[in-house]
Design a protein around this ligand. Structure first.
Ligand code: ATP
Length: 302
């Protein structure tokens, strides 16, 4: 499809008899921020390296801008930050970017523009070694942005950053996306992906276990009812939700019933519970936490 900037079909990388990436199929569409999510060692970096032509696949195929990964045409339109930026500590941020620009045959203005785009212009004349980790990462993004690539590939761009640095990197990614930049980023942090990505691919043990929107990943919202006695409350909640009910206890030892929230007439259910002599302590509708979803997915694959 024209709108797919990246598409892979059962892309595989084996090291010995172990598959670091095992038949990975994913698509990144033009203009989106795609979060490639997975725990440490899941195969994210290996996959991204294959997309940049840095690692030779053992099987399957991939297209980047409709071209083979690593081909000059694909590389010209792709900027990347993978496994930390390599900069000269005693040169300023701006000088470092100028070195990169010269190396890539780009004009001098590119370095200044990139610095402005990542909001580092004011510190551009300071030496790289005086930068905070967050600033170093931003400079890495600036280097990736030079030459105005259609696609930005960022491997764990917030790794090692404090909360303020993470928030600032997220804002930068959102700003770039607002300008129409397509971004493929990897992360092991659910909350982060949830906050800045349009679509998500989840990889566990080298295999893709999900691809879709964050809302799809979370699935339906849940209804939680704190009610006693449980044996009277459960059938009523089950009837109202027309779905299975799970029982657990909250920190005060009270029963909490959890079920699907969609289509439940909550006031009618509460009236029924009360009419049946059930004590209702709490009623809440909430989204499933991504943490829960992710853990379920990880366990399902083990
Ligand atoms: P992290 O978040 O920790 O960087 P990741 O999802 O990026 O993890 P990869 O770096 O792609 O994971 O690694 C996936 C698996 O492949 C790991 O088990 C790793 O040890 C293995 N692996 C990666 N590169 C090599 C290599 N050059 N030789 C042998 N095994 C490798």
């Amino acid at each position: 499809m024209d709108d797919d900037i990246v598409s892979t079909d059962r892309l595989t990388k084996r090291y010995g008899d172990r598959a670091a990436a095992d038949r990975v199929s994913l698509t990144v569409r033009r203009g989106e921020v795609y979060g490639f999510l997975g725990p440490n060692g899941a195969g994210k970096t290996t996959t991204l390296r294959m997309l940049l032509g840095l690692v030779e696949p053992s099987g399957g195929s991939a297209l980047v801008h409709g071209l083979p990964p690593g081909s000059p045409g694909a590389l010209r339109r792709t900027g990347s930050l993978i496994e930390g930026p390599g900069f000269y500590p005693y040169l300023s941020g701006l000088e470092n970017l100028r070195v990169v620009a010269r190396y890539r045959g780009l004009g001098r203005r590119e370095a200044e523009e990139a610095l402005e785009r990542v909001d580092l212009a004011e510190r551009g004349k300071d030496r790289f070694r005086t930068y905070s980790l967050g600033m170093k990462q931003r400079l890495g993004v600036a280097a990736a942005l030079m030459g105005r690539p259609d696609l930005l590939v960022l491997d764990e761009p917030t790794n090692g950053l404090d909360p303020a640095g993470m928030a600032s990197m997220r804002r930068l990614i959102q700003d770039l996306s607002g300008d129409g930049q397509t971004v493929l980023l990897s992360s092991h942090l659910l909350a982060e992906v949830q906050q800045c990505c349009h679509r998500v691919g989840v990889i566990v043990d080298g295999r893709m276990s999900f691809e879709g929107t964050v809302a799809d990943l979370r699935g339906a919202r849940v209804l939680q009812v704190g009610a006693e006695p449980a044996e009277r409350a459960a059938p009523i909640v089950k009837g109202a939700a027309r779905a299975e009910v799970e029982q657990a206890r909250d920190e005060d030892g009270r029963t909490v019933l959890t079920t699907e929230a969609s289509g439940v007439d909550v006031p009618a259910m509460v009236r029924e519970l009360v009419a049946d002599g059930v004590d209702v302590h709490s009623v809440a509708v909430r989204e499933r936490s991504l943490e829960d979803v992710f853990l379920t997915m990880t366990e399902a694959q083990r």
